[in-house]
Design a protein around this ligand. Structure first.
Ligand code: SF4
Length: 185
């Protein structure tokens, strides 16, 4: 959790006074959060979206009490199953793949750049670890582009979508065995 998360919540609410704002977390650090954090969530009407996996499911009763005590709205996302959608080779119809992708709104920010989805942002790790050279977007620098340029970048298909499949494979959440074929459909 960011050390100044309470201030970030204030800023987010100031910029987006009428929007639903959610904080996504696996909840592991929530029992250690200070009062300032809970007060900021409440003051700014920020919802927590708790992602549930086999390793944190036992925490739900404790976390539910914590949310109740602090009067914070909770939304649970069940992450015990994942869609694996990485193709073994490049696909052709990237517009169609992008249109049907439910991850295209999972925008990521990493080292000052915005990315359409987690695949774009962290695909370089796959390449690095498995010594591959799949194309992954380079993101868009948030400091040197206008809001319109960023918007255009985030809401259109990219070459990166050529490494994805519309219909992936549903798998159970599990620890990685660090083999490249775990990632391919
Ligand atoms: S690369 Fe394109 S198709 Fe693949 S997850 Fe990201 S937005 Fe979706």
């Amino acid at each position: 959790m960011h050390p100044n998360i309470d201030i970030l919540c204030d800023v987010a609410r100031k910029i987006c006074p009428d929007k639903i704002i959610t904080l996504n977390t696996n909840g592991l650090l929530l029992p250690k959060m200070k009062n300032e954090f809970w007060q900021s969530l409440k003051k700014n009407n920020i919802l927590i979206r708790l992602s549930i996996y086999p390793y944190n499911i036992k925490l739900i009763p404790e976390l539910t009490n914590l949310f109740r005590k602090n009067s914070i709205r909770l939304n649970i996302w069940d992450g015990r199953k994942f869609y694996l959608r990485k193709a073994k080779c490049y696909q052709d119809d990237i517009e169609n793949i992008w249109q049907n992708c439910d991850a295209k709104i999972c925008h990521q920010i990493y080292k000052g750049k915005l990315y359409t989805c987690p695949t774009s942002a962290y695909g370089f790790l796959y390449n690095k670890y498995f010594n591959k050279d799949f194309y992954f977007d380079d993101g868009i620098d948030i400091y040197s582009h206008t809001s319109n340029e960023i918007y255009d970048f985030l809401f259109k298909a990219s070459k990166n979508c050529a490494t994805c499949l519309n219909k992936g494979r549903l798998i159970n959440w599990q620890l990685s065995k660090f083999k490249s074929d775990e990632w391919d459909v």
